[in-house]
Ligand binder design. Structure first.
Ligand SMILES: *[C@@H]1O[C@H](CO)[C@@H](O)[C@H](O)[C@H]1NC(C)=O
Ligand SMILES: *[C@@H]1O[C@H](CO)[C@@H](O)[C@H](O)[C@H]1NC(C)=O
Ligand SMILES: *[C@@H]1O[C@H](CO)[C@@H](O)[C@H](O)[C@H]1NC(C)=O
Ligand SMILES: *[C@@H]1O[C@H](CO)[C@@H](O)[C@H](O)[C@H]1NC(C)=O
Length: 428
C-alpha cells in the first residue's frame, strides 16, 4: 500500500512541476509587461527628457536627435589616445557628476589639460601609439596643446566687415574658412552670397537683416609655396577689411584651431551679432532665404529660451571614424575609439551667438581633435546638446534637381564642387 502511494506521488510530481514552472514564468512576464507599460505612460518620465528647441523645417526624430549616453561613463574602457586624454578631463568637469560645481572651480583647466596630456603621452602605450601614427597626425599631437596663436591680421569693423551705419544689431555673421591662395573663392563670395551690409529677406513681407563677413585664415608656409603672398593678403585686408588671420600653419589638421580661435574672437568682438554661419569657401548659400528663416526663428514666442542650443546643419549622426588609411580623414583606432557624436558636416552650419559663447567656454575643457566638424560635435556633446538636421543643408555631391529645389524651400545650400572623398562612413 505504501509503495502504491509512493508511485502515485512520483507521477504527480512529474506532471505538475512543469506546469508550476510555466505558471511562474507567465506571472513574471505579465509583471514585466505591466511595469514597462506603466513606465511609458508615467508623465514624470517624459518631463525628465531634455527640452530642446525645434527649428522650423528641421528634422527632429530619433535618428537625428540622440542624447549622448556613453559620454557619462565613469569607467574608461576605450583605448584610443584621444579618448584617454579626454576622459581625465571629463571626469573633472562632467556636469552631471559635479552638479554643484565645487570641483570645477578648484581645478585649473589649463593645468588639467596639460597633466592629462603628459600622463597619457608619456606612458608606454602612449609612446607606442604615437610611433605608429602618420606624420601629419604626429605633428598634430606634438602641437595639440597649443592654441594661443596670436592674430596677424584683424578685420576693420567691430565684428567683421559690415555696413558703417547699422540701424539694428547684425543678424548674421558669415565666418568663412579659407586659405591665403583662395583669393578667387573669396572674391566670388564677396560678390555673390556673402555681401556685407543690409540684405533683404526672401519673402516680400519678411524683414531683411544686416550681414557681416569675416574670412578665417592660417598662414601658408612661404618655403613650400615658394612665394610669399602675405603682402597681397595685407592689401586685400586693407581693401575689404574682412580678413582674420592667425599665426599658425594652415594645414588640414590645424583647421580646428580656426573654430576655437574664432569662438574666442567672437566672444570678445561680437556682442550684438545674433547668428553665425560658419562654412567653407567652396559652398553656396542662399542668403535671403537664410535671413528670412532666421527672422522667423527669432519671432517665435519662446525664441530666447531655445537660442542657447540653436545649431542647424547637415547633421551626421553616430558616424564611424574613417578607418581607410588613404583618406585624408583617416583616424586610426588607436587614436580614437568609438563613434563620433552628432555633428554638422558638409561645409557649413548656422548657430546662435549665445551658443558660440558657450562653445567658447566649453572648448577650453576639450582637447583639440584633428577633424574640425567632429570637434564642434564633441563640444556640443559636453554642453549636453546636439545640432539639428535641416534638409536645406545639402549633402556633399548632391545635385539640385527641380524636385529637390521645391523640397529645400527654406534655404538652399550646396557645395560647388564634389568632395574627392566621402567624409566618414555613415551608419543610420
Ligand atoms: C527621421 O529622419 C529621417 C531622415 O530624413 C527620415 O528618413 C525618417 O523618415 C524620419 N523618421 C520619422 C519617424 O520621422
Ligand atoms: C556638493 O558639495 C558638497 C559639499 O559642499 C559635497 O559634499 C557633495 O558631495 C557635492 N555633490 C556633488 C554631486 O558633487
Ligand atoms: C508673408 O506673406 C505670406 C502670404 O501673404 C504669409 O503666408 C507669410 O506668413 C508672411 N510672412 C511673414 C514673415 O509675415
Ligand atoms: C599647426 O600649426 C603649428 C604652428 O604653425 C605648426 O607648428 C604645426 O605643425 C601645425 N600642425 C599641423 C598638424 O600641421
Amino acid at each position: 500500500m505504501a509503495q502504491f502511494h509512493c508511485r502515485w506521488r512520483n507521477v504527480f510530481i512529474c506532471l505538475c512541476s512543469p506546469c508550476i514552472c510555466v505558471a511562474i514564468l507567465l506571472c513574471y512576464i505579465m509583471i514585466m509587461v505591466c511595469i514597462s507599460m506603466n513606465s511609458t505612460s508615467t508623465p514624470g518620465i517624459h518631463s525628465l527628457n531634455k527640452v530642446h528647441f525645434v527649428a522650423s523645417g528641421t528634422l527632429r526624430n530619433k535618428s537625428y536627435a540622440p542624447i549622448a549616453k556613453t559620454f557619462w561613463d565613469l569607467k574608461m574602457n576605450k583605448r584610443g589616445f584621444w579618448n584617454k586624454l579626454q576622459h581625465a578631463v571629463d571626469v573633472q568637469f562632467n556636469p552631471i557628476l559635479h552638479l554643484n560645481n565645487t570641483k570645477r572651480k578648484s581645478v585649473n583647466i589649463e593645468s588639467l589639460l596639460k597633466q592629462s596630456f603628459s600622463e597619457v603621452a608619456d606612458s608606454d602605450s602612449g609612446r607606442k601609439h604615437f610611433a605608429v601614427l602618420s606624420e601629419p597626425m604626429q605633428e598634430f599631437v606634438r602641437y595639440m596643446q597649443r592654441r594661443d596663436y596670436p592674430s596677424i591680421i584683424q578685420p576693420d569693423g567691430v565684428c567683421g566687415a559690415g555696413a558703417k551705419d547699422e540701424k539694428e544689431p547684425p543678424l548674421l555673421l558669415l565666418a568663412i574658412k579659407t586659405t591665403e591662395l583662395n583669393f578667387k573663392n573669396r572674391q566670388a563670395i564677396r560678390h555673390t552670397w556673402g555681401q556685407a551690409g543690409w540684405q533683404a529677406g526672401h519673402e516680400m513681407n519678411s524683414s531683411g537683416g544686416y550681414i557681416r563677413r569675416v574670412f578665417l585664415l592660417g598662414k601658408e608656409d612661404p618655403e613650400i609655396l615658394s612665394v610669399d603672398v602675405s603682402p597681397l593678403l595685407r592689401m586685400e585686408s586693407k581693401h575689404y577689411g574682412d580678413i582674420l588671420q592667425w599665426d599658425f600653419q594652415d594645414t588640414f589638421f590645424n583647421l580646428t584651431l580656426k573654430d576655437v580661435l574664432f569662438w574666442n574672437w567672437f566672444s570678445s568682438h561680437c556682442n550684438k551679432t545674433l547668428f553665425v554661419f560658419k562654412g567653407d569657401d567652396d559652398v553656396f548659400v542662399n542668403t535671403p532665404k537664410m535671413i528670412t528663416y532666421l527672422q522667423n526663428e527669432l519671432n517665435k514666442p519662446h525664441a530666447h529660451k531655445t537660442m542657447k542650443d540653436f545649431m542647424i546643419g547637415n547633421v551626421i549622426d553616430a558616424a564611424i571614424p574613417e578607418r581607410n588609411s588613404l583618406s585624408k580623414y583617416f583616424i586610426p583606432d588607436s587614436f580614437y575609439t568609438g563613434l563620433y557624436p552628432s555633428y554638422g558636416g558638409g561645409g557649413g552650419v548656422v548657430y546662435s551667438s549665445l551658443l558660440t559663447r558657450r562653445l567658447h567656454l566649453t572648448s577650453k575643457m576639450v582637447h583639440l581633435y584633428p577633424i574640425d566638424d567632429v570637434y564642434v560635435g564633441m563640444c556640443m556633446e559636453r554642453l549636453n546638446t546636439y545640432p539639428i538636421h535641416h534638409p536645406a543643408f545639402l549633402r556633399n555631391g548632391l545635385t539640385l534637381t527641380p524636385s529637390t529645389t521645391r523640397h529645400f524651400s527654406h534655404l538652399t545650400f550646396l557645395r560647388r564642387k564634389e568632395m574627392s572623398c566621402v567624409h566618414i562612413t555613415q551608419s543610420y
